[in-house]
Design a protein around this ligand. Structure first.
Ligand code: DC
Length: 462
């Protein structure tokens, strides 16, 4: 599994939704609200006037149901038989029936399969009731959020306040307990804590506290190397003093999980430049092992993140080494052009990089290093004191190339897509007008409905 998964389970109003959305945003991972799929199926049954209690009817409907998924604003949205249900899945009618529908084994199997397929979008922060127990029992990070019934009822009441006919506190509490009972007592995949999940009682904790606990647990898995940190610090001091080095957009780089940094290549300075300002990550680079034959060099190389390649094994060996780093949740810096530019201009990418990106299924952050060619181009003996700025762009997620995999031509298109994103950064850095293409119509309309809909606010529990 080259992508990472955080399973966040818990009862209603335990804080899962807000927390998982915020965790996903903090890590630049994809947020999946699994409950929305159960709600979507329930909405469709109601919309078509079908029974939500007759399993045969539900099974028949599922056989012809088409649910398509899209990544919108860092979260998964879907269309059902070509229609975007939007906020209708949050209606009272759907809420009343969804527990019954979600208890049916055929529905759970159908939705479970689709939830597992979301790995194609990249690393996931998925919330639900059975994510750590049934959907992804091997997820490396599992959390179970809980809170006292009183606290949960207070939060739910807070969400509903202002709406017409707001129910009383005791009614809300009773309804929550009823849903807990339905979700926990059903035979198929009941609400349960995975034995290896970390329980967080969110009663009295702020959202920031809970989010920080989860994000820190994930970030802790990043390998640490004192040698790397010392070298990075010294190099940075020198680059800042000598080349007025600075960077823009480094917050675009996911703080944890597999990720590729795809940079233009103009100079031997590029690898350290790309990693210099990313204090939160241990950037890995690929290099020929022949450069590190000396045992002291080899020791140093491994500690500063060099992935040594045995050139006798050719490109396959390099590919395997790169995938191993990414599968372990590491971050790898690659140069799609393959070699340093001779004239300072961007060069066409190598197709092989597209193959690697397709196989790795991790976000790709485009990077443009501006100034390294002027400071230390091919053939130069000394580094000139020229201004260098590193620009990090918004990550590209695996769904951006999901249609392009499987052929040589497709891999070349993936490589070209990444190179195009680097050239967008170049144009921006040079003050040239951007050539951006609008999002596909479906995504544009979903983005619009996201803006208009009363999506639960991000700064309170929901
Ligand atoms: O989280 P929510 O309230 O949107 O969930 C809607 C329903 O779906 C709720 O009754 C629990 C059920 N559900 C489930 O059974 N398994 C999941 N993984 C997610 C939700």
């Amino acid at each position: 599994m080259s992508t990472f998964i955080i399973a966040i389970d818990g009862p209603a109003a335990s804080g899962k939704s807000t927390v998982s959305r915020r965790v996903a945003a903090a890590l630049h991972w994809v947020h999946v609200d699994s409950g929305s799929l159960y709600r979507g199926v329930t909405w469709k049954l109601l919309r078509d006037g079908l029974s939500c209690r007759d399993e045969q009817v539900v099974m028949k409907m599922l056989m012809s149901l088409r649910m398509e998924f899209f990544l919108v604003d860092g979260g998964i949205r879907f269309m059902i038989d070509g229609e975007d249900p939007g906020m209708k899945i949050r209606s009272e009618q759907v809420a009343e029936q969804v527990s019954v529908v979600a208890a049916m084994p055929c529905v759970r199997a159908w939705i479970g399969e689709r939830l597992r397929s979301m790995l194609r979008f990249g690393s996931l922060a998925m919330e639900g009731r059975d994510i750590g127990t049934v959907v992804f029992p091997d997820a490396p990070f599992k959390f179970f959020l809980n809170a006292t019934p009183e606290e949960r009822a207070r939060r739910r009441l807070g969400d509903l306040s202002g709406a017409e006919g707001t129910p009383s506190f005791s009614k809300v509490k009773t309804s929550l307990l009823r849903r807990d009972a339905l979700d926990s007592e059903r035979a198929a995949a009941p609400l349960a804590r995975a034995a290896d999940a970390r329980v967080i009682d969110t009663t009295g904790l702020s959202i920031d506290d809970v989010v920080a606990q989860i994000v820190n647990a994930v970030r802790k898995t990043e390998p640490r190397s004192l040698v790397y940190r010392i070298c990075r610090f010294l190099l940075k001091v020198w680059l800042v003093l000598w080349c007025r080095f600075e960077s823009r957009g480094e917050q675009q780089v996911p703080p944890a999980g597999g990720c590729i940094l795809a940079s233009n290549h103009a100079s031997f300075l590029d690898p350290p430049l790309v990693g210099c300002n990313l204090a939160h990550r241990f950037i890995r680079f690929m290099a020929r092992d022949t450069l590190f034959r000396n045992p002291v060099f080899s020791w140093w190389g491994m500690r500063v993140g060099v992935v040594m390649l045995d050139r006798t094994k050719g490109d396959i060996g390099a590919m395997k080494a790169a995938l191993a780093v990414l599968k372990a949740g590491g971050i790898l810096c690659l140069f799609p052009e393959g070699t340093r530019t001779r004239d300072g201009e961007l060069q066409p990418p190598k197709g092989g990089i597209g193959f690697l990106i397709a196989k790795a299924r991790v976000p790709v952050v485009p990077v443009y290093v501006d100034g390294s060619f002027r400071a230390f181009p091919r053939g130069a003996r000394w580094v000139q004191p020229r201004k260098i700025t590193v620009h990090y762009g918004a990550p590209l997620y695996p769904d951006a190339w999901s249609e392009m995999t499987g052929s040589k031509d497709g891999y070349e298109r993936i490589a070209a897509l990444v190179m195009e994103r680097i050239s967008v950064l170049e144009r921006k850095a040079r003050g040239m007008p951007a050539k951006t293409s609008p999002p596909p119509p479906i995504i544009a309309s979903m983005m619009k409905s996201c803006e208009n809909a009363c999506i639960p606010a991000r700064d309170h529990y929901s």
